[in-house]
Ligand binder design. Structure first.
Ligand code: DAH
Length: 368
C-alpha cells in the first residue's frame, strides 16, 4: 500500500467536488467516498496489509484524507445553504418592496381620486348664460346712415372733437358777429379752440386734404352749451355730408337726399325742401319728411304740421369752397347735416333725448 493511492483519491475527490452543483451531487459524493463501499472507507479496510510498524502513520494519513473529504463536503453544504438562505432573504425583500410599492400606488390613486372628486363637474347641468350685448341705438343709427350713403357712393371722413375756431366758424363763413360764436353757446377749450359745435368743420378738413370729386359723410360727437331737457343735450351726434364735383347741382342734391330719406324713413314718405338760411350754404334748405307717426295727418310729434324737419342742407357757399382750397369757378358742392339723436327719436317715437344716455336696459334692450 503506497501513498499514491491516497493522493489519487484526494485528487479524484477534489475534481468531483469542483463539479458538484446540487444537493444530490453532494449526496453521491458522500456515498462514493464515505459510504460503506466508498473510496475512503475501503482505505481503512487495507490497514491490515500495512505492517504494524507503519500502521499508526498510515492511519493518520487516511484520517487526513477523510477529514479533507468531510470538510469539503461540509463547506459545499454550507455554501448551498447560504445560497438558499440568500434566495429566501431576497424573496422576503421582494415581497416587502412590492408591498410598499402597491401601497404607494393605492395612496396615489386615492389622492388622484380625491382630486377628481374635489373638482367634480356635472357636464349635464345647464350652462351659465350671459346676456350678449348689442349696439346702442345711436351707434346703430349712425351705422345705418353711413351704410345708406355708402351705397350712394359716399365714404367716411372724420375730424377731431376739439376744433380750431377758424375751422369750426370762420372757414365756414360764420363771421365774428354770428350768434353761435357766443361764449353762451359754445364750449371754449382755449383761446382759439372749441369743442366742435357741429361736424361741418370736417368739410373744410376734407377739402384741404383731398382733390375733387369729393363724396363723404362725417359722423361724430358735437357739443353745445345747452341746458338738458327732453330735446336738448350738451353732447349729441351729427352726420355731415359733402359732395364736390364739376357738374353737380341742386337737382342732383335733391335726388340724393330724397333717396336717403325714403330709404331711412320709409319708401312712401313725402320729402319737402324748404328754403332756409345757413352761412355756409347758398341757397340753403331744410329738409322735412312726412311724419312717421301720423303719416301726415297731424299729431303731437309733428305739432300738427304733418312734417318733421330732419336736416339742414344747401349748395356749398363759394367762400367755403375757397377756404377748402377749391376753385368755386370750376367746382360746385352740396352739403347737409343731421342730428342723429333727433332722427332716431323721430324714427322710434322716443319723447326724451335722455333715454339715450341713462343706460336703462328697459329702454336700450328694445334696440337689440
Ligand atoms: N351745421 C348745421 C348745424 O349744426 C347743420 C347743417 C346745415 C350742415 C346745413 C350742413 C348744411 O352741411 O349744409 O345745425
Amino acid at each position: 500500500m503506497d501513498e499514491s493511492k491516497l493522493n489519487e483519491i484526494t485528487a479524484m475527490f477534489e475534481e468531483k467536488l469542483s463539479k458538484a452543483a446540487t444537493v444530490s451531487d453532494i449526496e453521491t459524493l458522500k456515498v462514493d467516498f464515505l459510504g460503506k463501499k466508498g473510496h475512503v472507507t475501503s482505505l481503512f479496510k487495507e490497514m491490515g496489509k500495512v505492517t504494524a510498524e507503519d500502521r499508526p502513520a498510515f492511519g493518520e494519513k487516511i484520517n487526513r484524507v477523510k477529514e479533507k473529504v468531510e470538510s469539503g463536503i461540509k463547506e459545499f453544504e454550507k455554501k448551498i445553504s447560504d445560497k438558499a438562505v440568500g434566495e429566501k432573504i431576497n424573496r422576503v425583500k421582494e415581497k416587502v418592496e412590492s408591498g410598499i410599492k402597491e401601497f404607494e400606488k393605492k395612496i396615489s390613486d386615492k389622492a388622484v381620486y380625491e382630486k377628481i372628486n374635489a373638482s367634480y363637474c356635472d357636464v349635464t347641468l345647464p350652462g351659465k348664460f350671459h346676456e350678449i350685448g348689442h349696439r346702442h341705438p345711436i351707434s346703430s343709427t349712425i351705422a345705418e346712415i353711413v351704410e345708406i350713403f355708402g351705397r350712394l357712393g359716399f365714404s367716411v371722413s372724420e375730424g377731431p372733437d376739439i376744433e380750431t375756431d377758424y375751422i369750426n366758424f370762420d372757414a365756414l363763413n360764420m363771421f365774428d358777429w354770428h350768434p353761435a360764436r357766443d361764449m353762451q353757446d359754445s364750449f371754449y377749450a382755449g383761446p382759439n379752440a372749441v369743442l366742435r359745435t357741429h361736424t361741418s368743420g370736417v368739410q373744410i378738413r376734407t377739402m384741404l386734404k383731398s382733390e375733387p370729386p369729393i363724396k363723404i359723410v362725417a359722423p361724430g360727437r358735437v357739443y353745445r352749451l345747452d341746458e338738458v331737457d327732453a330735446s336738448h343735450s350738451p353732447v349729441f351726434h351729427q352726420v355731415e355730408g359733402l359732395l364736390v364735383d364739376k357738374n353737380t347741382n341742386f337737382a342732383a342734391f335733391k335726388g340724393i337726399i330724397a333717396s336717403f330719406c325714403r330709404e331711412f324713413f320709409g319708401a312712401d314718405r313725402k320729402v319737402v325742401f324748404r328754403p332756409s338760411y345757413f352761412p355756409f350754404t347758398e341757397p340753403s334748405a331744410e329738409v322735412d319728411v312726412e311724419c312717421i307717426s301720423c303719416k301726415g295727418r297731424g299729431c303731437a310729434i309733428c305739432k300738427n304740421s304733418g312734417f318733421l324737419e330732419v336736416m339742414g342742407a344747401g349748395m356749398v357757399h363759394p367762400n367755403v369752397l375757397k377756404n377748402g382750397n377749391i376753385d368755386p369757378e370750376i367746382y360746385r358742392g352740396f352739403a347737409f347735416g343731421m342730428g342723429v339723436e333727433r332722427i332716431a327719436m323721430l324714427r322710434y317715437a322716443i319723447r326724451d333725448i335722455r333715454d339715450f344716455y341713462m343706460n336703462d336696459l328697459r329702454v336700450l334692450a328694445q334696440f337689440r
